[in-house]
Design a protein around this ligand. Structure first.
Ligand SMILES: *[C@@H]1O[C@H](CO)[C@@H](O)[C@H](O)[C@H]1NC(C)=O
Ligand SMILES: *[C@@H]1O[C@H](CO)[C@@H](O)[C@H](O)[C@H]1NC(C)=O
Length: 377
C-alpha cells in the first residue's frame, strides 16, 4: 500500500517536472519596498510585416527600439503582449514562431516575465500580394521549391510561447476553442504572504482564423473563474483583450474632437472598430466593482480611457507600440501600476517613445487626473 502511494507520488512529481521542462514559471508578486506592481502593455507590434522587403524588417527593428526604451524607462514587473504581435497575413513562411521570438526578445533580454493574448492578425491566413503576379514574380521562388504559407495557429504559437521560462501565458481551456488565450494571473501579496493582492484576466477576442468576438462560453468561463478566485469581489482586477467591445462605442468621444471629461487620453483619431457581437462579458464586468479596467488595442489611433456605467469600470485603449500596422502616430505603451498599499488606487498612463508621459489617471470610480502631465501634441 505504502509502496503504491510512493510510486504514485513519484510518477506525479515526474509528470510535473516533465511538463515544467525544468523551467519553473516566475511567480508574480507585489514589490516589498514600494507595495507596487507595474504592467506595460505592448499593443499591435505587427512583426513580420512585408517580411520579403527591406522595409518590413526595418519596421521590426524600430519596434524593438520602442520596446527597449519603454522597458528601460518603466522597469515593469510584467509585460502584456496585447495582440497583433504578428502580421501573419503578410508572412510568407510556414512557421511564424521566429517572428514571435523577435517580438518578445526585448522583454526576454531584460528577464521580465510576460503574458500574451492573440489579436486578429496573429493567425490570419496569408494574403498573396497582387504585385507578386507582375513582372518581378514571387520573391524567393525557385524551380522545384514550393512555398507553403499556411501560417501558425493560435495553439501552436502559444505552445512555442510557453517554452520560455519567462512566459506566464497559459494555453486556455480547450472547451473555449477556437479561442485560446484565456487565463487568469494572480499577483501575490508581498505584505500578506499566501494571499492574492490583484488578479489579471487575459482573454481572446478572436479574429484572424475565426470571428472577432468574445463568446458566451468565454463569458461564463470568466464568471466561474472570477467567482472561484475572488469570491467576495474584494481583490482588484484588470482585464486585457485585443478588440474593443461594443461598449467602447457608447462611451467613445467623437473622433478627431478633443477628449473631454470624464474621458482622459491624448489620441482620438478614429472610430472604435469593435467586436462583431456582445455575448455577455460586458454585463458581467459592469456588475463587478472589483474589475477596475478593460485594456484593449486594435485601434492604432486611440489611446483614451473612459468610465463605463456606474460600477467604476474603465474602458481603456493601449497605444500603438509597433512600427508595423497602419498609422504613424507617435508609438508608445500603456502602463498600469497596481498598489497593495491601503487607500492607493491603480494608476495608468501612456509612455511615448519620445520620452513623454501622457494621459495619466487613477482607475477609480471618481477618477482623478494627474495634471503634471499634459496631452500629447
Ligand atoms: C515552429 O518552429 C519552432 C522553432 O523551431 C518549433 O519548435 C515548432 O515546433 C514549429 N511549429 C510548427 C507548427 O511547425
Ligand atoms: C460579485 O460580482 C458579481 C459579478 O461578477 C456579482 O454578480 C456579485 O453580486 C458580486 N458579489 C459581491 C459580494 O459584490
Amino acid at each position: 500500500m505504502g509502496g503504491v502511494v510512493i510510486s504514485v507520488a513519484l510518477i506525479i512529481s515526474f509528470l510535473l517536472r516533465a511538463t515544467c521542462q525544468d523551467s519553473p514559471k516566475r511567480s508574480l508578486r507585489f514589490d516589498g519596498a514600494t507595495g507596487k506592481f507595474k504592467i506595460v502593455a505592448f499593443a499591435d507590434l505587427h512583426f513580420g510585416e512585408n517580411a520579403w522587403e527591406n522595409w518590413g524588417p526595418e519596421q521590426d527593428r524600430k519596434s524593438d527600439r520602442v520596446m527597449s526604451y519603454i522597458l528601460d524607462a518603466e522597469k515593469p514587473d510584467l509585460v502584456v503582449f496585447l495582440g497583433d504581435v504578428l502580421t501573419a497575413n503578410n508572412l510568407p513562411v510556414k512557421n511564424a514562431t521566429k517572428y514571435w521570438k523577435q517580438a518578445t526578445e526585448a522583454t526576454a533580454k531584460r528577464s521580465i516575465p510576460w503574458a500574451a493574448v492573440f489579436g486578429n492578425h496573429d493567425d490570419a491566413p496569408f494574403e498573396w500580394p497582387a504585385q507578386w503576379f507582375g513582372p518581378s514574380g514571387v520573391p524567393g521562388a525557385s524551380p522545384g521549391h514550393y512555398a507553403y504559407f499556411q501560417g501558425t495557429s493560435r495553439a501552436e504559437l502559444m505552445e512555442e510561447d510557453l517554452k520560455s521560462a519567462l512566459s506566464v501565458s497559459v494555453q486556455g481551456p480547450p472547451s473555449l476553442w477556437p479561442s485560446v488565450s484565456n487565463f487568469a494571473l494572480p499577483i501575490a501579496s508581498h505584505r500578506k504572504p499566501g494571499s492574492t493582492a490583484a488578479l489579471l484576466y487575459l482573454m481572446d477576442s478572436g479574429g484572424g482564423s475565426y470571428p472577432q468576438v468574445i463568446s458566451a462560453k468565454q463569458a461564463s468561463w470568466f464568471r466561474d473563474v472570477s467567482a472561484a478566485l475572488n469570491p467576495d469581489n474584494q481583490t482588484q482586477e484588470l482585464v486585457f483583450w485585443h478588440i474593443p467591445s461594443k461598449a467602447y462605442e457608447s462611451v467613445a468621444p467623437k473622433p478627431s474632437s478633443p477628449i473631454a471629461a470624464p474621458c482622459i487620453g491624448s489620441l482620438n483619431e478614429e472610430n472604435v472598430a469593435s467586436q462583431s457581437a456582445e455575448w455577455g462579458i460586458m454585463g458581467i464586468l459592469a456588475k463587478r466593482p472589483s474589475a477596475k479596467a478593460v485594456v484593449v488595442g486594435h485601434n492604432h489611433g486611440l489611446d483614451w480611457c473612459c468610465p463605463s456605467g456606474s460600477g467604476g469600470l474603465w474602458l481603456c485603449f493601449a497605444r500603438h507600440s509597433g512600427y508595423g500596422g497602419y498609422g504613424s502616430w507617435t508609438r508608445g505603451a500603456r502602463v498600469i501600476e497596481l498598489s497593495e498599499n491601503s487607500g492607493e488606487k491603480p494608476r495608468t498612463w501612456i509612455r511615448l517613445e519620445n520620452g513623454r508621459v501622457v494621459g495619466e489617471l487613477e482607475l477609480d470610480k471618481s477618477a482623478t487626473r494627474h495634471p503634471r502631465h499634459d496631452a500629447d501634441s
